[in-house]
Ligand binder design. Sequence first.
Ligand SMILES: [Zn+2]
Length: 287
Amino acid sequence: MAGTIWIPGAERIAPSSPGGTITSKAPPRVVWHTTEADPGTSSVWSAMIRVLKNKSAEPQVLYDPLTDRLGQFMPLNVGGRALRNDGATMTNRVGRVCIQIEVIGRSAKPFTGYWRPGKNFRAFMAAARSWGIKDVWPAGPPPRFIASPPHNVPESPRSRTIWLNRGGHYGHSHIPGNDHGDPGGISTTALFAASGTTPKELFTVGQYENLMQQIKNEGAATRQEVRRQAIWSLRYGLQTEEERARADRAFDDAIDAGKTLAEAMADVSQIMQPIAQDLEYRARQNG
Ligand SMILES: [Zn+2]
């Protein structure tokens, strides 16, 4: 499937050097970043271009979520430069396309909470779909980012197996071999809604269990990490630190009692306050 190379309406920006040649046959994907600056002005737009070029860390696409301004450094079918390699794997070149978008914003303040997406955002999403990229997040929604001290809540799932084999949308916080926590806890449902679609595949308990099993198989997860990931999948119900501690205990008790991960999560969900309007939560209830 050949898709859009230059997004209609995007401003062309000269990169510091051309993007890398892609030979990967892995499914196509998008990687979301935030530049860690406040959006909305032409001065920040110019500053971000300067910073990305000086670091030789250009993505294919730059986006201002307040003004709907869209820029493009290089064709969508070459590798960008915003990811670190994962050992010998050239992470920027995994996927038939690996479209990276730097959103001007801060990971601690998810841009979907205040943005004003318009026709350029829709054009970006349409271009992603033209390559067969589905409205899915194979590693789950991006985790929340806490600025001080910097960490993701919970720690990011950075599964090699998922990254190398599954297409869809990822955050920088999901990518193996990388340690950045952007784009923070953006709303994946808001993202798709702004481009005029309702995602067909949402994150369910079954998918979550598969994800955790894969991470365990890769030997990367401690029990605490697994617990954090499991509870994170129910994060919309967590309101306070006290509730979080109760959730942690309920999870540990269930695992100590020999229950499966799904059963432990069911126990945890019983003591939490769901936010009913959240689509992902509802999908979990149904799934
Ligand atoms: Zn990033």
